[in-house]
Design a binder for this molecule. Structure first.
Ligand code: FES
Length: 152
């Protein structure tokens, strides 16, 4: 049975159990300003989706060239929440991902870990990925490493 069906029953959407879990229990969600203050972020990124107008904000803490902490907040949909939650786990697990590896991450890597998203929702997984690159660029700017900045 589909998780969501359009009124005319022409469209059916299925979400994996992993997507549902991350949507219902988002990891590393910035629930209030204090959480953000506590990590004393080294980089902040904010992006909007041209496809739907939703916005994603991300804060990262860097240590030894790795992403030690990540918090995020979005006005996006369930798929944006689930994919950014998964992204935040991927970049902070195992002592934190190296910055250069995090910059190579693409939505397909997040989708793999989520066991997919409905096709119409793929653009939602791009938001977290872009917010991460914007946050890393902000870190590069603050630390005078502008030469390392990348295209968001
Ligand atoms: S519809 Fe906007 S982020 Fe999913």
């Amino acid at each position: 049975m589909a998780d969501i069906e359009s009124k005319d029953k022409k469209q059916k959407w299925f979400y994996s159990d992993i997507v549902k879990d991350h949507f219902l229990k988002p990891r590393n969600l910035a629930e209030d300003d204090n959480m953000v203050k506590e990590i004393n972020p080294d980089g902040i990124g904010e992006v909007g989706s041209p496809a739907c107008g939703d916005v994603m904000k991300m804060w990262i803490k860097i240590g030894d060239g790795r992403i030690k902490k990540c918090l995020w907040k979005t006005f996006g949909c369930a798929s944006a929440i689930a994919s950014t939650s998964m992204l935040s786990v991927m970049i902070t697990e195992n002592n934190g991902m190296k910055i250069e590896d995090a910059l190579k991450l693409r939505p397909k890597d997040i989708l793999e870990r989520l066991h997919g998203l409905p096709k119409i929702k793929i653009h939602c997984s791009v938001l977290g990925d872009q917010a991460l690159r914007a946050a890393i660029n902000d870190y590069f700017k603050r630390t005078k490493q502008e030469d390392r900045m990348v295209k968001v």
